[in-house]
Design a protein around this ligand. Structure first.
Ligand code: CP
Length: 305
């Protein structure tokens, strides 16, 4: 039985297979309409979500399967004190596969230890978000045609942004990747990514505090929201929340082929006036999220057409 707890749980070859399958699903959706008939997905969301939960549900329904689950800890027996270990033992009796989002880092890993069904980490605290990474990789590969030879700028909350941690960890396995890490001092990339991922793999990277100077050099700009829910101090959040705002004026400095990705939700960090710029692909990114989750469900359940 396979789980997806971390983007590195899939080898590069397995990842390529998932992306190839997702690309085929995009082209031939009807072929996959019944592949999960009589299968159930459980969505166990202890934290709010729009895209991840609903794209998983959409993915399973597109595959002909069914969905059960809860969308907040308050509406589950976690509110009565039930542990993640006990919950997953119970869910293993009801469903064939589950996607779990939890505010505590490592909670899906604990679930996997006690589970009889594949567990997918749908975001754990400020740690990892591997299915967003699959979404981001499919977006880049589909729209740029490659996952190597790229200069990628990550901008905003690089400390708490779990999508950033997961995507960097996955991209370092590809050739000739360079990162420009744009953040205020307070929201710099954590040591475990700087030391154990970037430095350990000899990946070229720069850490800077201004966005404007980097734009001309980037193939991809990955914007992120300042993660309000991870701050202990509201004043600090208010001081930092609008540290970067991508505007039409700033985009004039960017490469004409640069793509703007964002895991969403967006707050203020990308001006809505950019939404019509062909380089703004964050809503296309959302659509790719459904195809890769369909491919992932099939892969973890060992299903083929
Ligand atoms: N990208 C993402 O994780 O969005 P949600 O929080 O809405 O699921």
């Amino acid at each position: 039985m396979r789980h997806l707890l971390n983007p590195l749980d899939l080898s590069v070859e397995e990842l390529t297979n998932v992306l190839d399958l997702a690309a085929d699903i995009e082209k031939n959706p009807d072929k996959y309409r019944e592949v999960c008939k009589h299968k159930k997905l459980a969505t166990l969301f202890y934290e709010p979500s729009t895209r991840t939960r609903l794209s998983f549900e959409s993915a399973m329904i597109n595959l002909g399967g069914s969905v059960i689950g809860f969308s907040s800890a308050d509406s589950s027996s976690a509110s009565k004190g039930e542990s993640v270990a006990d919950t997953i033992r119970v869910i293993s009796c009801y469903a064939d596969i589950c996607a779990m989002r939890h505010p505590k880092e490592g909670a899906p890993t604990v679930a996997a230890e006690f589970s009889r069904i594949p567990v997918i980490n749908a975001g754990d605290g400020g740690h990892q978000h591997p299915t967003q990474t699959l979404t981001d990789l499919m977006t880049i590969r589909s729209l740029k045609g490659r996952l190597d030879n790229l200069t990628i700028g990550f901008c905003g909350d690089l400390k708490f942004g779990r999508t950033v941690h997961s995507l960097i960890s996955a991209l370092v396995r590809h050739k000739n990747i360079k990162f420009i890490l744009i953040s205020p001092e307070e929201l710099k990339i954590p040591d475990h990514i700087r030391e154990d991922v970037l430095i350990a793999n000899n990946i070229p990277f720069e850490e800077v505090t201004t966005l404007d100077d980097s734009l001309a050099d980037l193939d991809i700009l990955y914007m992120t929201r300042v993660q309000k829910e991870r701050f202990f101090n509201e004043e600090e959040y208010i001081r930092l929340k609008d540290c970067y705002i991508l505007t039409k004026e700033k985009m004039e400095k960017a490469n004409e082929n640069m793509l703007i990705l964002h895991p969403l939700p967006r707050v203020n960090e990308i001006s809505v006036e950019i939404d019509d710029d062909p380089r703004a692909v964050y809503f296309k990114q959302v659509q790719y999220g459904v195809y890769v989750r369909m491919a992932l469900i099939m892969t973890l359940l060992g299903l083929h057409v």
